[in-house]
Design a protein around this ligand. Structure first.
Ligand SMILES: Cc1cc2nc3c(=O)[nH]c(=O)nc-3n(C[C@H](O)[C@H](O)[C@H](O)COP(=O)(O)OP(=O)(O)OC[C@H]3O[C@@H](n4cnc5c(N)ncnc54)[C@H](O)[C@@H]3O)c2cc1C
Length: 413
């Protein structure tokens, strides 16, 4: 079927409905458009706004040429970690740490999709997604918005119950979860929350070859916090104050730390702020949604975020590629991207952070001190071997790792 058809219920009907056209929705759309057997399927893409802005930058590490290599805005082959007077630089080879600007990604996928006659767009706030007949998933599912609705054989939703770039909605969501996350039986829930600025200095101040991945010499907020600094050239960098904690901060608190950091690091040097980004990324293994076929969750809603780090972009790519392969082969849809083994390590690290058994600065300092950056990147990408995992985990004292590991195992039993 290449065009939407009107069913006997008078609803337009599509092969696929993509509910939410952000990182995951547009990645899925990209892989569908690239698929020889699925490219002509009828697809409805719904988002509350297609007027996209540069609301986020995606960074990730990769060995190979990226699917979106043409969009890579900058890359680094050395990272640095700073904690407690220790400054460590690590070459990332064979990986590169890459940055894609959100707006380039949105524009690239949307401009290709908009010229296809089988791809339809609906700008609306979705109010409901439901299965038509629970006993027969082949009947499809329905998406509703104010003043309209449509049916799809498959629905792929990335509609979170909060907005990752609006801290107030994240704070409200935390409140709604309060009783369940304070219970010891539940998996922990932290936010990776941050405010970043692209700063432009008048004189050269940055080493553009080195991505400062974590500088823990900042207020820790009683949790784990670091400055993340990605130089784009010698005068310009994204500088982001990032915190892993149960509650987000007031905007003024991130600004205060950023002001102080920039003043201390580059004293007397003038700079202007050319762009800002804000985010609250959930770090948890608590399911953010429960759905039934043929409604599938993708992206942050679909557990693509790595719970111990907040990184998601590469996992979203893997998730969407897998979905397209399954659709091509007519297989049941399986959206899980994190292996059970790596989910276990994520749960242990998250448990240690959540219960303050060891501060994040110490954990990451030890991991990067005892391992090559490439091994850490493999571990964080869920592609490490068991031997590499053991070496990484041995970077932590047994007295910290073991009780957390046992707790996670008992929680799962
Ligand atoms: C500022 C920021 C920076 C990040 N940086 C990185 C990074 O460097 N590396 C990394 O790996 N990950 C990063 N992440 C995490 C993750 O990769 C991104 O959040 C990614 O965008 C998640 O994709 P998604 O599709 O799940 O959510 P989104 O990209 O947020 O997409 C959800 C879409 O749904 C739409 N929507 C929501 N509700 C409705 C509704 N009711 N009706 C209609 N439409 C709706 C929204 O408008 C949005 O377009 C970052 C996140 C943020 C917020």
């Amino acid at each position: 079927m290449s065009n939407a058809i009107i069913s006997n219920t008078n609803l337009a009907s599509y092969d696929y409905i993509i509910a939410g056209a952000g990182g995951a929705g547009l990645s899925l759309l990209h892989y569908l458009m690239e698929s020889p057997s699925l490219a002509s399927k009828s697809i409805l893409v719904i988002d509350k706004s297609f007027q996209k802005t540069n609301d986020r930058t995606w960074c990730f590490w990769e060995k190979n040429i990226s699917t979106f290599e043409n969009l890579v805005h900058h890359r680094w082959n050395t990272i640095s970690i700073h904690a407690d007077g220790s400054d460590k630089q690590l070459p990332t080879a064979p990986f590169s740490y890459k940055m894609i600007q959100g707006i380039d990604f949105y524009n690239s996928v949307l401009s290709k999709a908009k010229i296809k006659t089988n791809i339809h767009f609906q700008e609306a706030t979705i109010t409901g997604i439901s299965v038509l007949d629970a006993s027969n998933i082949s009947k499809g599912a329905k998406v509703e918005w104010e003043g309209g609705s449509a049916m799809g054989d498959y629905i792929f939703s990335s509609l979170l119950p909060f907005q990752m770039n609006q801290l107030a909605t994240a704070a409200a969501y935390s409140k709604s979860l309060q009783s369940s996350i304070s219970s010891n039986k539940q998996a922990p829930f932290l936010w990776q929350h941050f405010k970043g600025r692209v700063v432009q200095f008048e004189a050269p101040v940055f080493n553009k070859a080195i991505a400062k991945l974590m500088d823990f010499n900042v207020p820790q907020q009683g949790a784990t916090a670091f400055m993340y600094q990605l130089p784009l050239n010698e005068k310009e960098a994204l500088v982001e104050y990032t915190v892993f904690s149960a509650n987000v901060l007031e905007i003024s608190e991130y600004d205060k730390v950023l002001d102080t950091y920039l003043a201390n690091e580059y004293s007397g040097m003038k700079y202007s702020i050319t762009h800002e980004e804000i985010g609250a990324i959930p770090m948890t293994q608590i399911a953010l949604a429960s759905t039934v076929a043929p409604i599938y969750t993708i992206g942050a809603l679909g557990a693509a975020i790595k719970a111990s780090t907040g990184y998601a972009f590469q996992f979203i790519q893997e998730q969407c590629k897998n979905i397209v392969t399954q659709l091509e082969k007519g297989l049941p849809i399986q959206t899980k991207v994190h292996t059970t083994r790596h989910q276990f390590y994520d749960a242990v690290l998250l448990d240690i952070l959540f219960h303050h058994k060891m501060e994040g600065a110490e954990i990451f300092k030890r991991i990067f001190a005892n391992n090559e950056a490439a091994t850490v990147f493999k571990f964080l990408s869920n592609t490490s071997t068991i031997m590499e995992d053991i070496k990484i985990m041995r970077s932590l004292p047994t007295s910290i790792f073991l009780p957390a590991a046992i707790k996670v195992l008992l929680r799962r039993a």
